[in-house]
Design a protein. Structure first.
Length: 196
């Protein structure tokens, strides 16, 4: 059972838009499949991997979905390390021994979107152990130099209904492979956030 948000992360939806039409998406520690469902809505062929897929099993009958039940924390190599995806998504999950393999799954023209808890979150709630909290710049260090960083944030998000009203300290990154259009002459267009 995966308690947690039911709607996709706004960070993920914002940057998943860079995935090529009809492309493939990997969701690591996919939980209930909220990002798989969003990927399907965008016309992607999705793969989800998690140690418990019971909350996503309704997706298993679809031809454009692959669900892989696997415990990623056993010390064995990441089971998909030899595959490449047009999008790789990770949220609310951290297991450092497989981070470089996860980044390695991003296709040369793919996108990488990661968002999870960071140091300082222990004041807000679980997870509390430093083993499960990102250190400052940790996602940058994992992504570079293989990927081109499009956006990076480390800070506190206010509480919302999706997270039980609790504030969260997160680190998140959006990056792309060197062959992606955002790395070339068609950069990502940020929303105009100037005060009005």
């Amino acid at each position: 059972m995966h308690p947690g948000p039911k709607l996709p992360s706004p960070w993920v939806t914002r940057f998943l838009s860079g995935t090529r039409a009809g492309g493939t998406m990997l969701d690591v520690a996919c939980g209930s499949g909220r990002h798989l469902r969003h990927g399907l809505d965008q016309g992607l062929v999705v793969t989800g991997i998690d140690r418990d897929l019971s909350d996503a099993e309704d997706l298993g009958e679809r031809g454009d979905v692959a669900l892989i039940e696997a415990d990623l924390e056993t010390g064995r190599p990441f089971p998909l390390r030899d595959l490449r995806f047009d999008a790789v998504v990770v949220t609310h999950y951290l297991w450092r021994p497989i981070l470089s393999d996860i980044v390695g799954c991003v296709a040369d023209d793919g996108v990488f979107v990661y968002e999870t808890f960071a140091l300082g979150h222990h004041r807000e709630g679980r997870p509390m152990r430093p083993d499960f909290l990102l250190k400052p710049n940790e996602l940058l260090e994992v992504a570079l130099p293989r990927l081109v960083v499009i956006a990076y944030e480390h800070g506190e998000l206010p509480g919302d209904d999706a997270h039980g009203g609790h504030a969260r300290v997160v680190q998140r990154i959006a990056a792309c492979g060197p062959g992606h259009r955002w790395a070339g002459d068609t950069p990502f267009v940020f929303a105009d956030d100037r005060p009005r």
